[in-house]
Design a protein around this ligand. Structure first.
Ligand SMILES: [Zn+2]
Length: 482
């Protein structure tokens, strides 16, 4: 299913074992993989054992330590502040966004104590003047809580992965700073998931750096996340992936559908940040479905379903829900790969609503409508992915399809990765109509490779890096090069 099926030639034992693992291990459950799963299992009865042997035990342990009770406790605490509207009071110790900010800061600081100094926590505070955002009418102080878990591999420590939730909330009116706005789902759920991931992961060492962030001002117009993303761009921070978790709280939709096994991951196809020149190239090569965010979504599906097999990652091929937005958008607009996690079916009675009963219907974003076990499952999908990304090599850079000769083969080249534990690379490919990568081939530690007899006209190709433990990077989609 995932390989060319040719036997590998003699190589040093360690590498051969990796190659063996790569050859026999299926790609993630994909539409094709699912269709062929029965076939594969009938051929090799222990397919399930092979798939689980491919799991990194450290990542599996992280996933198992995510705890729904902690998530529930965080959500109830956040709700207890009455409102977390960005315009609400900041100097009351028990009510308003200031109380929530201070409580989150101290919780992240407690978490950092178990990191042996690798995690630092800061308040990223800034003044937002009126004018830029309709929902901010006078100068307002906003604070993002940013907990940074430094990577331990010198070649990777400046490679960053960001996971975020927004801790601000709103009632029916986004500028009403007084009304109760419990925001138990939107977005105490995402905030609690991020804090729980930080608690579990602070004890572990990763090659690259992970930033656990809770931001303010989402409901005011993505204000906190925009500030962070703009600072990151100005400082040329190498953010390889950003996840926002927003409305991941309920497994029961307003449509009556109960689905605790699905999380939606939204990713854009055409990059928000591309220049006219880049758009011309994309049209010329048919790259509408291969942005860095789309590659990230495919990675999340593959990794999430491997480590949390009871969950289905439902990729949605659009930037966010129809005409709506979230905290990943300031990141994609600045050229970073970023996606949004959201529950499968929303309930609009419990979103952006004053708490009230009307005609026997309870409105408002209350904790009784959260499913804490579901939120923990979504946090597990996130944590597995963050760990997999931060343990794996960077995605290959400057990947190109060489166009100097007209040929029915496909010539690929890329820059060598810098990680000392790099094993080599895989070429992946799929039919042009396939939504996910369906095939892969281990090619060793080379930076140039020709796919013989496979025309770039007829397939999409990509390259990913693999380390000596079998950790794979997301796929890099090539540009045409000379
Ligand atoms: Zn939200």
């Amino acid at each position: 299913m995932n390989t060319n099926g040719k036997p590998c030639v003699a190589r040093p034992l360690a590498i051969s074992l990796i190659i063996f693992a790569l050859f026999v291990s299926p790609l993630a459950p994909t539409s094709n993989a699912q269709r062929n799963r029965g076939k594969r299992q009938s051929k090799s009865g222990d397919a399930a054992a092979l798939a689980s042997s491919k799991r990194n035990p450290e990542i599996a342990r992280i996933v198992s330590e995510i705890n729904a009770s902690n998530i529930e406790r965080t959500i109830r605490k956040l709700v207890s502040f009455g409102t977390r509207n960005t315009l609400s009071v900041q100097d009351n110790p028990t009510r308003g966004i200031g109380a929530a900010r201070d409580w989150l800061y101290s919780e992240f600081q407690k978490v950092a104590e178990s990191s042996e100094g690798r995690m630092t926590v800061e308040k990223q505070t800034f003044e937002q003047a009126p004018g830029k955002y309709q929902r901010i009418a006078r100068t307002t102080t906003l604070t993002n809580i940013v907990a940074t878990l430094r990577g331990t591999q010198p070649a990777s420590e400046n490679r960053l992965y960001v996971v975020s939730g927004h801790y601000d909330s709103m009632c029916t009116s986004p500028t009403d700073a007084e009304c109760d706005a419990p925001g138990a789902n939107d977005d105490a759920s995402g905030t609690a998931a991020v804090l729980e991931m930080a608690r579990v992961m602070a004890k572990y060492k990763f090659d690259a750096t992970i930033i656990f962030m809770t931001v303010a001002g989402e409901e005011q117009g993505l204000v906190g996340s925009t500030y962070f993303a703009e600072q990151a761009k100005q400082k040329k921070m190498d953010i390889e992936a950003m996840f926002t978790n927003d409305i991941i709280g309920s497994s029961l939709g307003g449509n009556g559908v109960h689905d605790p096994h699905t999380v939606r991951v939204f990713s854009e196809g055409v990059p928000s940040s591309e220049t006219t020149e880049e758009a011309n190239v994309r049209r010329g090569v048919g790259g509408e479905n291969d942005s860095i965010s789309r590659q990230l979504a495919r990675f999340i599906k593959e990794t999430g379903e491997r480590y949390v097999p009871s969950m289905r990652v439902m990729m949605v091929y659009r930037r966010d829900r129809y005409l709506r937005g979230g905290d990943h958008m300031p990141f994609v607009e600045r050229g970073y790969a970023a996606v949004r996690f959201t529950e499968p079916n929303e309930n609009y009675n419990h979103q952006h609503q004053n708490v009230r009963v009307e005609n026997g219907i309870q409105y408002g974003d209350l904790p009784e409508f959260d499913d804490f076990n579901y939120i923990a499952q979504v946090a597990r999908v996130n944590a597995a992915n963050l760990a997999a990304l931060a343990l794996a090599p960077a995605r290959p850079k400057n990947v190109g399809i060489v166009t100097t000769r007209l040929t029915n083969d496909t010539d690929l080249k890329w820059d060598a990765n810098k990680e000392p534990d790099l094993a080599g690379y895989e070429i992946v490919w799929r039919d042009t109509t396939s939504p996910v990568w369906t095939n892969s081939k281990w090619i060793g530690n080379v930076t140039i490779y020709t796919m013989k007899g496979m025309s770039k006209d007829n397939f999409f190709f990509g390259v990913r890096a693999v380390d000596k433990d079998g950790n794979r990077s997301p796929v890099s989609y090539p540009k045409p090069v000379r």
